[in-house]
Structure formats: structure tokens, C-alpha cells
Design a protein around this ligand. Structure first.
Ligand code: S3P
Length: 433
């Protein structure tokens, strides 16, 4: 049992900022669809703001109507942007927007910050080029800036077998596909299913997508606007769920959170750890299910095995699930997580560096790591600042670990939480109070 001197708990009922993945898509798809619609609970994170600003620079009509609420009037042709489109830290912005720009044949330059400029873009350049886009990657190893050249001829269809499971790549191809002639076929095969927000939202707005293999049936002209309420982000919920799980006596209810089945890996892993967690679907909006999750903090026991097939449904939660593993009696084993090397930082390397700094005895693999967890583990004194490589999810995972530490952990780069969760620290104080 946790040391009684450390009597912290997380307690309360909360709603979360809108899901980041769904927020990006709502702005993009409504800008393409015919008509006017309102988006409620849009993510206020910097990543989604990057998408919003880029779309406005392309001529999209998106105006604020309240707190985290925006009105999008879609259907217009986008304009060639007069300056580079700054995607900031956001891979989703750069990769999905590339699909739209390629589809429209617009000349445009897409740039990103230092982290985004190192992330792999060959994965979208390859299929978009097969479809007829002309794009130059100006960074080293086919990375950003991406320079799209103007094109008058429409894109061709494609039958693309993705080498890695990636919702961003899949979405870039589907978005580009919206601009192809309906007689062309746009078919995508995934090695393992990735998050399906694009398929759901396209279908809900009228551009049908059939599955296995993923085949785009509708085109841009089929898209009709609809008001969208964005459910809470389960990737943000994961921090509170793990925090409550490792602090016995905690009790949390998270309301109106996304329960999309392709994102529920975190709940499966909490169940493996023996956490008392339940989820109940209450509503659907624009094809997305959402509902409530309840968790009581208690004893954690069980082997946690994350297999390669499970990785896509918890890809963004691996840093926080590693924290869960540290306090769960049993083996924590992660395999098939090579993709973590290409996120906002090399998360596989960063997590192993952190385990080392915390003096955890772990085994490293090329695609993951393993260690034995212990509910009574005492976080050691750490004097050298823990590097978080400008990575929001590493910062938040370490803040949750910090709740089990007697001495505050020296965590670098706290301001980076604003990428996905600007209110993280306020919510933390509230749940601790
Ligand atoms: C996202 C897909 C995932 C995820 C990212 C958001 C999306 O990336 O890690 O945070 O919104 O499509 P990949 O598709 O590259 O795995």
C-alpha cells in the first residue's frame, strides 16, 4: 500500500477539453462542407489553434461565437496562401492539411517548429505523389518544410497499402481523395486499424466510406455541414484516470468523454492492472460515441502486456501507462511501439531515459521495454531535471508520477502542456483539493 504519509487523492467530477483529433477534423471537414455549422467544445490546445489559423490563411471562414465555440461557413474554394502555413508542433495539422492542399492543387509551403521539422513526412508524400501531387520536402530525410506546387489536373485515385498504422496518413489520403473524380477509386489498407475519426465524420457529413479495405465512396460535393459537439479527449482523461488509479482512495467521474472504440486501449490496460474502472456510453454526435467513465483508486495487481496489435489504440497513452505500470504489482511489458520514436519527441528513448533516472531496473527492446511494478515503490530523490523534450504528454505523465513522490520531481518544460491541455494545472489543483 502507498505510504500513509502521502495521503494525496484525486477526487471529483469533471469534463475535459474537446478531443484533439476530432477537433482538427471538425474544423477541416466543416470548412470543406456546404453550409454553416457550429462547433462546441473545440480543443483550446495550441495544436488545434494551428489548424484553425492555417485554415483561415487558406481563406476558410471560421469565427468565434463563444468559449471554445466556433462557427464555420464552408464550401468555398481555398486560396493559395500568401505566406507559409505554420503548423507549429502539430503533426495532425501538417499531414491532414497536406491532403487538402494536394487535393485542391494549391501552391503552398507548410512549416513547423523544431520538433515537427524532424518528423517523417515521406509517409504522406509517397501516397500523395502516387495520386499526382507534386511536393518537395525541404528538410533532411524528407521532412518539413513541405512545398506543394500548383497543379491544374485533378488527382488520380490510389490503392495504398500503408506500411505503418497511422490515422494521420490514412486521413491525408482520404482528404486528398475527396477531390478526385468519383470514377477514380481510393482504397487504403492498414496493417492494424488506427483511430477512425475521419471515416466516422466523413460518413456523418455525407461522404460515405466503406471499410475493410477502407474505400472512399463520397466526394467533397457530398459533404453537408452539421453542428458538432466535440467529446472530451480520452487521451487527456488518461492522465487523471492513471492518477486516480495510483492514489488509493481517489474517486473520479469523467463526463462526456469520447468512447470511440479505436481509442479505448487505456481502459483495457487499466483493467489489466486491476483498476476499478467502468465506462458507460450515453450519446452519439456526428458518428462519435461518448459517455462517462468512473474510477476508484485501489489495489493494483496484474501483468500489463501491451502487444503490437494494441499499440494504435493507445499510442498517445504509453507515457502515462508506463507510470501506471510502475505502481502495479506484476510485469509491465511493451512491444511493437517503434512508432513512438516519431512522435513530438522520441518517446521510447525519453521514457527509457526517465526509467533510468528513476533507478528502475528495466529491460530495453528495440520496440519497447519491460520492468516489474510495485504498488509500494518509493519514487527516489531526483536532482537532475527530468528532460521532457518539449513534449506535452511526457510533462503530464511526469506530473502524475510526481503525485506519488515525497520530494517534488524537477520536471522540465511545464509550459508545453498547452499543446493539448492548457487547463491541466488548474484541473490538477482542483482534483487534489
Ligand atoms: C492522430 C493520430 C496519431 C496520434 C496523434 C493524433 C490523429 O498519430 O498519435 O496524436 O489525430 O490522427 P499517427 O496517426 O501518426 O499514429
Amino acid at each position: 500500500m502507498q505510504n500513509p504519509l502521502l495521503a494525496r487523492t484525486l477526487r471529483g467530477t469533471l469534463t475535459l477539453p474537446g478531443d484533439k483529433s476530432i477537433s482538427h477534423r471538425a474544423l477541416m471537414f466543416l470548412s470543406l462542407a456546404r453550409g454553416t455549422a457550429d462547433v462546441q467544445n473545440l480543443s483550446s490546445g495550441k495544436d488545434v489553434l494551428s489548424t484553425l489559423t492555417c485554415l483561415q490563411n487558406l481563406g476558410a471562414n471560421i469565427a468565434p461565437i463563444g468559449q471554445n465555440a466556433w462557427r464555420v461557413t464552408g464550401g468555398q474554394a481555398f486560396l493559395a496562401p500568401s505566406k507559409p502555413l505554420d503548423c507549429g508542433n502539430s503533426g495532425t495539422t501538417m499531414r491532414l492539411l497536406s491532403g487538402i492542399i494536394a487535393g485542391m492543387g494549391l501552391p503552398a509551403m507548410l512549416t513547423g517548429d523544431e520538433s515537427l521539422s524532424q518528423r517523417p513526412m515521406k509517409r504522406i508524400i509517397e501516397p500523395l505523389t502516387q495520386m499526382g501531387a507534386v511536393v518537395q520536402a525541404l528538410g533532411t530525410n524528407q521532412s518539413a518544410p513541405l512545398h506543394f506546387l500548383q497543379r491544374q489536373t485533378p488527382l488520380r485515385g490510389v490503392h495504398y497499402a500503408m506500411p505503418v498504422a497511422s490515422a494521420q496518413v490514412k486521413s491525408a489520403i482520404l482528404l486528398a481523395g475527396l477531390f478526385t473524380d468519383p470514377a477514380e477509386s481510393v482504397v487504403i489498407e492498414e496493417p492494424v486499424p488506427s483511430r477512425d475519426h475521419t471515416e466516422r465524420m466523413l460518413a456523418a457529413l455525407g461522404a460515405q466510406v466503406s471499410l475493410t479495405p477502407i474505400t472512399l465512396i463520397g466526394r467533397r460535393a457530398d459533404l453537408l455541414s452539421q453542428d458538432i459537439t466535440i467529446p472530451g479527449d480520452i487521451s487527456s482523461a488518461a492522465f487523471w484516470l492513471v492518477g486516480a488509479a495510483i492514489l488509493p482512495g481517489s474517486n473520479l467521474i469523467i463526463q462526456q468523454v469520447s468512447l470511440n472504440p479505436t481509442r479505448l486501449g487505456v481502459l483495457k490496460v487499466l483493467a489489466m492492472a486491476g483498476a476499478s474502472v467502468t465506462a458507460e456510453e450515453t450519446l452519439q454526435n456526428v458518428g462519435e460515441p461518448y459517455g462517462n467513465i468512473q474510477l476508484h483508486g485501489g489495489a493494483l495487481k496484474g501483468d500489463i502486456t501491451i502487444t503490437p496489435e494494441m499499440v494504435p489504440e493507445l499510442i498517445d497513452e504509453i507515457p502515462i501507462l508506463t507510470v501506471l505500470g510502475l505502481f502495479t504489482q506484476g510485469m509491465f511489458t511493451l512491444h511493437g511501439a517503434e512508432e513512438l520514436r516519431f512522435k513530438e519527441s522520441d518517446r521510447l528513448k525519453a521514457l527509457m531515459e526517465t526509467l533510468k533516472a528513476l533507478k528502475v531496473d528495466f529491460t530495453a527492446y528495440p520496440d519497447g521495454f519491460s520492468f516489474e511494478g510495485n504498488p509500494d515503490w518509493q519514487v527516489p530523490k531526483v536532482e537532475t531535471p527530468l528532460a521532457t523534450h518539449h513534449d506535452h504528454r511526457l510533462v503530464m505523465a511526469l506530473e502524475i508520477l510526481n503525485l506519488r513522490s515525497f520530494l517534488p520531481l524537477p520536471i522540465e518544460g511545464k509550459e508545453w502542456v498547452s499543446i493539448s491541455y492548457p487547463g491541466f494545472y488548474e484541473t490538477l489543483s482542483r482534483l487534489l483539493a
